[in-house]
Design a protein around this ligand. Structure first.
Ligand SMILES: C[S@@+](CC[C@H](N)C(=O)[O-])C[C@H]1O[C@@H](n2cnc3c(N)ncnc32)[C@H](O)[C@@H]1O
Length: 225
């Protein structure tokens, strides 16, 4: 039997992560992220794990993830309390601000979080706050995806050297980690990144636990060591 691709499921459930989606009876071009995500996420298809998505809207993507990952629990996070209506077998709804510290406690009951997708406010400051808070709870080998980075590109610019992730554009951040981190790990952090020791400890820990960052149009995929 032919396997259904993630891109096909995106079209089926009408999420804007797909190549096309219908909005107000009009077919629009989507972000077309799914062909990239599948290159990495297909390895999780047979696993028991939790996928967390920040931002639910109609629940289209939650349903897509549920069908693509038959053994996963899908946890959707959104500010809108009415979205409890999205709950069904293997789909859980968490009403929370994606940047609020109480989200950590609400996610406590979920085991083996191996994928987190940030598709909510799309503000860089929020994306960075969620990343700083949630990347540490991602399981080893897990993926953290930040979508729609172009939405923030009108607002934030980097201060160098950064003292928190907030001061650096995420694209640059992702590329920088890959350019420098591998070298600086095996050699001398101070020599290659004089500011590394000035970073808060939890940021140092995050940086040292990033295994890979993949930049695709509009989105970044981080993998955890
Ligand atoms: C782009 S939609 C999500 C689309 C959905 N992931 C999909 O692909 O079908 C964004 C959602 O994020 C929610 N949202 C915006 N800011 C948020 C925040 N700070 N915390 C939690 N949810 C937020 C909105 O209520 C909205 O439902």
């Amino acid at each position: 039997m032919k396997k259904v691709t993630l891109s096909e499921l995106g079209l089926k459930y009408n999420t804007d992560k797909a190549s096309l989606f219908v909005y107000n009876n009009t077919t629009l071009k989507g972000h077309d992220y799914l062909k990239y995500y599948e290159l990495f996420l297909k390895e999780l298809k047979k696993e028991h794990f939790t996928l967390v998505e920040l931002g639910c809207f109609t629940g289209a993507s939650l349903k897509m993830w549920k069908e693509y990952f038959p053994k996963a629990e899908i946890a959707g996070v959104d500010l809108n309390p009415k979205l409890t209506s999205l709950e069904e077998d293997r789909i859980h709804f968490i009403c929370s601000n994606a940047v609020s510290i109480e989200l950590l406690q609400k996610l406590n009951k979920f085991k083996n979080i191996k994928c987190i997708i940030d598709d909510c406010s799309h503000a860089w400051s929020d994306q960075r706050r969620s990343f700083e808070m949630l990347f540490p709870i991602l399981s080893s080998g897990g993926y953290y995806i930040i979508e729609d980075l172009e939405c923030g590109s009108m607002g934030a610019y980097p201060n160098y050297p950064p003292t928190v992730l907030d001061s650096q554009i995420f694209w640059d951040y992702a590329a920088d980690r890959m350019r420098i981190l591998r070298v600086s790990e095996s050699c001398n952090q101070i020599q290659y990144r004089p500011f590394f020791n000035q970073l808060p400890k939890h940021i140092q820990d995050i940086e040292l636990s990033i295994d890979m960052s993949i930049i695709v149009p509009g989105s970044i995929i981080f993998r955890k060591k």
